[in-house]
Write a protein that binds this ligand. Structure first.
Ligand code: PLP
Length: 370
């Protein structure tokens, strides 16, 4: 390196150079069951009504910086307790980043059980923080003893608990989450991205613990394209976190469209109810395939393990048969040979199962003739 060196290698932080960018595969014409999206759109009449709302949106003006009308509607729909505040983000990803920026310091730690949502560790790196992952127990439940030991050891500024967890689908026990909240010296963020697919929530418990915040998103309930998340909790915390929010982070189209959609929550609720029923069917169908290990899920996806060493081939076999799911094999460790499928429409689920049985049957017939 010399004074004339104008290369990225010289200037980009080494830890950023060491990251692998978050990869989103191009689905092309594949059946897309890789990203926990709701597969349903709205009835035509509702789409027409929404397009009428958009007519009045003033694209030439900056958005309402506090998104007051949308915040009030979200508070109502998501049953944020009275007296609690909310901050909105451009997806809950942005709120995770705002949380990290607000507490960041080179010695400061973000702690989360592993495996979990990868953005917690990536954002720790973006913010120049330390990250500590604590292995989950064998059944992907929270290893409370290990969590409490790591909390005592690292004194984390932030703990993230995805509830239910991604990519395992597990819902940690209420008691285990409470133990973590009580032991943590800093903030505990219960990330309820998959709230529409479970009856459990810590939202009503806000205020009971001074260090508890709840994170939500509209993505999984059917509005992933809008990029909108919500952080709820006591004003003393949220007032500080709001200071690192960029002005106008929720654009006018998102504010108008999300407000409209949330005023028609029953349509979204109908879709989620359907997905919950179809999750049960898909789970039963996967469990009936005896070579697979299938993990119970309270989210809109199911994690399953292929026979040893066959995860990547199963993923590729599905792709060549037109179905895109998520392979977690590359993460290694406990996720070796694991695949995650998002619950789709009944037709998509049937196509996935047909392709899966075909790949497994094909492999079985090859090995029996070998
Ligand atoms: C646990 C968890 N939290 C947050 C997110 C991010 O959601 P979004 O940025 O779409 O709001 C995801 C997305 O997969 C997730 O699994």
């Amino acid at each position: 390196m010399n004074a004339g060196d104008k290369s990225p290698q010289r200037w980009i932080r080494p830890e950023v150079q060491g990251l692998t960018a978050y990869h989103v595969p191009d689905p092309g014409r594949l059946i897309k069951l890789d990203a926990m999206e709701n597969p349903y759109h709205w009835p035509d009449a509702l789409v027409d009504e929404w397009l009428e709302v958009l007519r009045d949106v003033e694209l030439n003006r900056y958005p309402d910086p506090g998104a007051a009308a949308l915040s009030a509607q979200l508070k109502q729909n998501m049953q944020v307790p009275d007296g609690m505040q909310v901050v909105l983000g451009n997806g809950s990803d942005e709120l995770i980043q705002m949380l990290a920026l607000a507490v960041a310091g080179p010695e400061r730690v973000i702690l989360a059980p592993e495996p979990t949502f990868v953005m917690y560790s990536m954002i720790a790196t973006f913010a120049g923080m330390q990250y500590r992952g604590v292995p989950l127990a064998g059944d992907f439940s929270l290893d409370v003893e290990a969590m409490l030991a790591a909390i005592a050891d690292t004194q984390p500024a932030l703990v993230f608990l995805a509830y239910p967890n991604n990519p395992t689908g597990t819902l940690f026990s209420r008691e285990a989450v409470e133990a973590v909240i009580q032991a943590a010296p800093g903030l505990v963020v219960v990330d309820e991205a998959y709230a529409p697919f479970t009856d459990a929530s810590f939202m009503p418990r806000l205020g009971e613990f001074s260090n508890l915040l709840v994170l939500r998103t509209v993505s999984k309930m059917g509005l992933a394209g809008l990029r909108l998340g919500l952080l709820a909790g006591p004003a003393a915390w949220l007032g500080e976190i709001d200071k690192v929010r960029l002005p106008y982070n929720i654009n006018v189209l998102t504010q108008a469209s999300a407000l409209f959609a949330l005023q028609h929550q029953s349509v979204l609720d109908g879709q989620t109810a359907q997905l919950r029923r179809d999750r049960a069917q898909l789970f039963a169908a996967l469990e009936a395939i005896d070579v697979l290990e299938v993990y119970p899920s309270e989210a809109n996806f199911i994690l399953f393990r292929a026979p040893s060493g066959r995860g990547p081939a199963l993923f590729e076999g599905l792709r060549t048969r037109g179905v895109l799911i998520k392979s977690l094999d590359g993460a290694g460790g406990r996720l070796r040979d694991c695949l995650r499928v998002t619950v789709g429409t009944p037709e998509e689920n049937a196509d996935f199962l047909e392709a899966l049985n075909d790949v497994l049957g094909h492999a079985a017939s090859v090995s029996s003739t070998a």
